[in-house]
Ligand binder design. Structure first.
Ligand code: SF4
Length: 68
């Protein structure tokens, strides 16, 4: 497991935003994720490219996810 910090995809509202799953909710609440876990970035500038990111990736489009 990898710790997730503010600014990283696992804490971003765009991480898998079009299909929120239990895994995504648990990543957000525990601030930990498997290194190999990938999901879609739903940011409007990335969605059309079907960008897949890990929970510890990041970009300047970060927006803090609302806590569940
Ligand atoms: S790539 Fe950027 S916008 Fe997409 S989930 Fe990660 S931090 Fe958020």
């Amino acid at each position: 497991m990898q710790a997730i910090h503010d600014g990283q995809c696992g804490a971003c509202g765009h991480f898998g935003e079009h299909h929120k799953t239990d895994v995504l909710v648990s990543i957000l609440s525990s601030k930990k994720a498997e290194e190999t876990f990938l999901d879609d970035c739903g940011h409007p500038k990335h969605a059309a490219l079907h960008l897949k990111v890990t929970a510890i990736s990041g970009c300047d489009g970060f927006v803090a996810a609302a806590s569940a």
